[in-house]
Design a protein around this ligand. Structure first.
Ligand code: 3PG
Length: 321
């Protein structure tokens, strides 16, 4: 039986499908060396978001045919190295757009309704503070959606239902298709950052987006505005964001993703009272966890049984069309 290597465990429903079809090795260790030690005879890797599949790992894996991601982003794979070694890189576009959009809305409401602070007041017997910290209304506010792909569009639907005005920025899409959708497309990031009450990021981690949210952009935001990041930590200049939050140049932030995950115990973000932090779980719901595991495994089974999987990132480069 071929070997399928998992640096991190996936949900059982996915693993069940591999029973009798492959030898499954779960590492629960995401270090490069641990993966190298096990990859030499692996046919496939099933990959969550934390482990990185580097060139060194791919070069240590002469039998490797496929790396199958449980999500849409594949920024933790050296795709160029995979292509050079004839390894398919599979992902699952759109699989978790809905949970990420829902998490984004949950964060936005938690920020604007001040939920973490309200909760702590009650627990700390500070009921009287109910008149000090006042929630604000979402309806009538302007959301700026940066990145208008599958997730951005799910966020749009929910923000519209909440009665928000919509600004969007995405230089890569055809805006004509949204005519009549009451969306105002901005021509620049400057415009969206300076006008929105809530900026929310839904872009992939690619060279063009790394560090895209600069200090200068953050400082263009209104002092009453919030920023939400459920995409990838690398997109924001995190030090500049911390400074802006400390100096109260913006009202707050909600972050699901960070430069370094998990956050170090001395990370300055942990000291701030105007930021809500979640541990990279926007995509992970009871429902999507099963879907991600099952679909990522199915793409590997396709390869094991000689079929070409549906979502191959390097399809063209590998001449699989
Ligand atoms: C992602 O960020 O790509 C998704 O959350 C999937 O990641 P996970 O499998 O590590 O939760």
């Amino acid at each position: 039986m071929e070997k399928v290597l998992l640096p991190e465990k996936i949900i059982d429903e996915g693993l069940q499908l591999l029973k009798g079809k492959a030898e499954v090795v779960i590492l629960n260790d995401i270090t490069e060396q641990a993966i190298i030690n096990e990859v030499h005879d692996a046919f496939a890797i099933i990959l969550r978001s934390r482990a990185k599949i580097t060139r060194k790992i791919i070069e240590a894996a002469p039998r490797l045919k496929v790396i199958s991601r449980t999500g849409a982003g594949y920024d933790n794979i050296d795709v160029e190295a995979a292509t050079q070694h004839g390894v398919m890189v599979c992902n699952l576009p759109g699989i978790n757009s809905l949970p990420v959009a829902e998490h984004t809305i949950a964060l936005m409401l938690a920020l604007m309704k001040q939920l973490p602070k309200m909760d702590s007041y009650v627990r700390n017997k500070q009921w009287y503070k109910r008149n000090e910290l006042i929630a604000e209304e979402v309806a009538g506010k302007t959301v700026g959606i940066v990145g208008f792909g599958k997730i951005g569009r799910e966020v749009l639907v929910r923000c519209k239902a909440l009665g928000m005005n919509i600004l969007a920025y995405d230089p890569y899409i055809d805006k004509q298709q949204f005519n009549g959708d009451s969306i105002r497309f901005c021509d620049s990031l400057d415009e969206i950052f300076s006008k929105a009450d809530v900026v929310t990021l839904h872009v992939p981690n690619i060279p063009e987006t790394r560090g895209m949210v600069t200090k200068q952009l953050i400082y263009l935001m209104k002092p009453t505005a919030y920023i939400i990041n459920t995409s990838r930590g690398e997109v924001i200049d995190q030090d500049a964001l911390v400074e802006a939050l400390k100096e109260r140049r913006i009202a707050g932030a909600a972050l699901d993703v960070f430069h370094k995950e998990p956050l170090e115990s001395d990370d300055p973000l942990l000291e701030l009272d105007n930021v809500i932090l979640t541990p990279h779980v926007a995509a992970l719901t009871k429902e999507s966890g099963v879907k991600m595991a099952v679909e990522a495994v199915k793409q590997v089974i396709d390869c094991l049984e000689g079929r070409i999987p549906k979502y191959i990132v390097n399809r063209r480069e590998l001449n699989l069309e």
